[in-house]
Design a protein around this ligand. Structure first.
Ligand SMILES: [Zn+2]
Length: 403
């Protein structure tokens, strides 16, 4: 039997980012392939049968795949410079929970599987929950194949390099129909459990959220030889957009808007850029509020672009409406765990994608810093083991009797 922290320890050097700190592990890159091989070996060592689906998600089956399966798992990829727990904690906790159940002599009455979803963060190809969205058919496969990473490599090329056939990408209703319920354990991305003094909780809802790419087009020119009056500098409206995002989100209760990525082209210190790409991440408790924030930001972007003699194009890269997790399953699992608290989250998850199709729940493990998507993300070893124990009890409850 293994602890979650010792399994995480085996990954301590994989994808460590020497420049940003933390980890940079992105879908289908060299590090991701190493992580996938690690998972396949760990699952194989437990006698689980590992299959890769058409979209690069890994499924490790305890028993033969079949209907009404109880599925748990998370993801192994990260944001650029992300923490050690976001994603991997759910995967290693699932493996450790299988060990704990085996040690108790538990035999599942329903098929049980541990899944690793591909490119959950969208850190390479821009679209979050790529693997689960493709599986569920909520992302068009033709569009997905053409997605490009910052180096210009398409998803089709990347999956081919990782040994998959890009023609296979797309919905898998037969596989999805085997899933009776899905439970994802995740480090909490906030301080809700700290404030409640609880090591483990269940999720109630996820904010509506999406990503928009705004490209400002101006005139590339010389930083010294071009008088201010002669400039069409796309960095000016880009800067206005950053401030407009904070303003717009601040006017809607519970909303968030973030610019975490901005790329000027060509990107020289003494060069007025010809274009600036800005990515807007916007979230709010409801669909209408999220759209309102984005509409306000886009209107401000157009106005600022016009004032500078520039133009702007806007593209929605991803969008997911508010997710309210199955209340029956949530309350059932909270009860199995002795009445643990239920919390909303502002973070997106594969569980949010699956919740649109099947009964889905999430378990959160306390994060003492409350920080996530950054190296300071943390969970204490004792809380990780509380998470494993909670997940094992939940899996035993769900898979312990035929449905
Ligand atoms: Zn995650």
């Amino acid at each position: 039997m293994t602890s979650a922290t010792s399994l995480l320890g085996a990954l301590a050097d994989v994808g460590a980012d020497r420049v940003r700190g933390g980890y940079s592990r992105h879908g289908f890159d060299r590090v991701d392939v190493e992580l996938r091989e690690w998972f396949t070996a760990e699952a194989g060592a437990r006698g689980l049968g590992v299959e890769t689906d058409r979209n690069g998600n890994l499924w490790a089956w305890w028993g033969a795949p079949g209907p009404n399966a109880v599925v748990t798992g998370s993801h192994l990829d990260s944001v650029p410079g992300g923490g050690a727990f976001d994603g991997p904690l759910g995967v290693v906790s699932a493996l450790a929970a299988v060990d704990a159940l085996r040690a108790q002599g538990f035999r599942p009455a329903r098929p049980l599987a541990v899944v690793v979803f591909a490119e959950e963060e969208g850190g390479r190809f821009g679209v979050p929950c790529l693997g689960s969205r493709l599986l569920a058919g909520t992302l068009d496969a033709d569009r997905a194949r053409e997605l490009k990473d910052p180096d210009g490599t398409t998803l089709a090329e990347a999956v081919r390099a990782a040994g998959l056939d890009p023609r296979w990408l797309g919905p898998e209703p037969d596989l999805l129909s085997l899933v009776g319920c899905f439970v994802e354990l995740h480090v909490e991305q906030g301080r809700g459990l700290v404030d409640l003094d609880a090591p483990v909780g269940v999720a109630s809802s996820i904010l509506a959220h999406g990503r928009w790419r705004l490209t400002f087009h101006g005139e590339g020119n010389h930083a010294g030889a071009t008088p201010l009056a002669d400039r069409c500098d796309p960095m000016m409206p880009a800067a206005s957009l950053v401030l407009a995002a904070r303003r717009a989100a601040g006017s809607v209760p519970g909303a968030r808007a973030t610019v975490g990525r901005l790329v000027p082209t060509p990107g020289g210190t003494n060069v007025i850029p010809s274009t600036v790409d800005v990515w807007l991440d916007a979230r709010a408790p409801g669909d209408a509020d999220t759209r309102r924030v984005v509409d306000d930001v886009v209107a401000a972007a157009h106005e600022a672009a016009e004032a500078e003699g520039c133009t702007v194009t806007v593209r929605e890269e991803s969008y997911g409406d508010t997710v309210v997790f199955d209340s029956g399953l949530r309350d059932e699992l909270a009860g199995v765990l002795g009445g643990v608290p239920a919390l909303p989250t502002g973070a997106g998850h594969d569980a949010g994608v699956l919740a649109q199709r099947i009964p889905t729940a999430m378990l959160f493990v306390r994060n003492p810093t409350g920080v996530s998507h950054a190296p300071a993300e943390h969970a204490e070893a004792a809380d990780c083991e509380s998470g494993v124990s909670a997940l094992a009890r939940v899996l035993a409850h769900l898979a312990g009797s035929p449905c």
